[in-house]
Design a protein around this ligand. Structure first.
Ligand SMILES: Cc1cc2nc3c(=O)[nH]c(=O)nc-3n(C[C@H](O)[C@H](O)[C@H](O)COP(=O)(O)O)c2cc1C
Length: 228
């Protein structure tokens, strides 16, 4: 996979116009705000609006959910718009609601279910990538929860947000985890605290397939020009 700069999915931030602006400034790929498959399967209007792609901006639609029947129902009715580049599974959100329902970051351990979802999406004819945290906490990170998932699942690429679910965005991302991920022979995209050209250059040299930028792009889409 050619090295790509990506705009991170951010609820309340990365709507269609913002994604297009970031693409014009140099983001190769963008992502919608997370949408719940449970709501999409029930055709909830607000949720369907979240996954709308206006124009040809390269976009992956981010989905969260664990029930195969809901994915089946949603995919059967889904029609791709021009910028659509596939789906991305959210294995990173750690909000109490997601944790309670066993979705988001809780799914890093649910390897077999994630595999089933990825296979289902691929069979429907779309590409599927994954965005994951390192595990729920330091214990799971130490046990290599993220590595197990990356090794076992055949997604098109894996965006590794280098924090555990228990950590806040104020805790520093752990850049040391990426080399272990790259060693598994899969396409890995780094995420967390990326904001300089030097960082991007180093990640590229380490064999990563991309760098995803979140907060550093808020109010600052020009960052993608600077990172090129
Ligand atoms: C306001 C806000 C909303 C977010 N919404 C989502 C989301 O919908 N889906 C997701 O996977 N991550 C979401 N994230 C996490 C980001 O995609 C990213 O992983 C995180 O901010 C770390 O990258 P950064 O250090 O470059 O900001 C959100 C982050 C922020 C700050």
């Amino acid at each position: 996979m050619k090295f790509q700069l990506m705009l991170a999915p951010m609820e309340g931030v990365t709507d269609g116009p913002f994604r297009t602006l970031c693409h014009q400034k140099g983001a190769d790929l963008t992502f919608t705000e997370v949408a719940r498959v449970a709501n999409l399967a029930r055709l909830k209007k607000g949720e369907l609006e979240r996954i709308g792609i206006s124009g040809a901006t390269p976009t992956q639609i981010q989905l969260a959910g664990a029930k195969l029947s809901e994915y089946e129902k949603f995919l059967a009715a889904f029609e791709a718009e021009s910028g659509f580049q596939g789906f991305n599974l959210n294995l990173g959100c750690s909000s109490p609601e997601f944790v309670r329902q066993g979705i988001g970051a809780m799914m890093v351990k649910r390897v077999s279910r994630v595999n089933d979802i990825v296979n289902l999406i691929q069979k429907s004819g779309s590409e599927c990538s994954i965005k994951l945290r390192l595990g729920m906490n330091d214990y799971e990170k130490g046990k290599g929860a993220y590595l197990n998932l990356i090794e076992a699942v055949d997604a098109s690429f894996f965006i590794v947000h280098a924090r555990t679910a228990r950590q806040t965005l104020d805790d520093p991302a752990d850049f040391s985890v990426y080399s272990k991920c790259v060693d598994l022979g899969k396409s890995i995209v780094a995420n967390g605290d990326i904001r300089t050209r030097k960082q991007v250059k180093e990640l590229r040299a380490q064999g990563l397939s991309g760098a995803m930028v979140g907060r550093a792009a808020i109010g600052n889409p020009e960052i993608f020009q600077k990172l090129r």
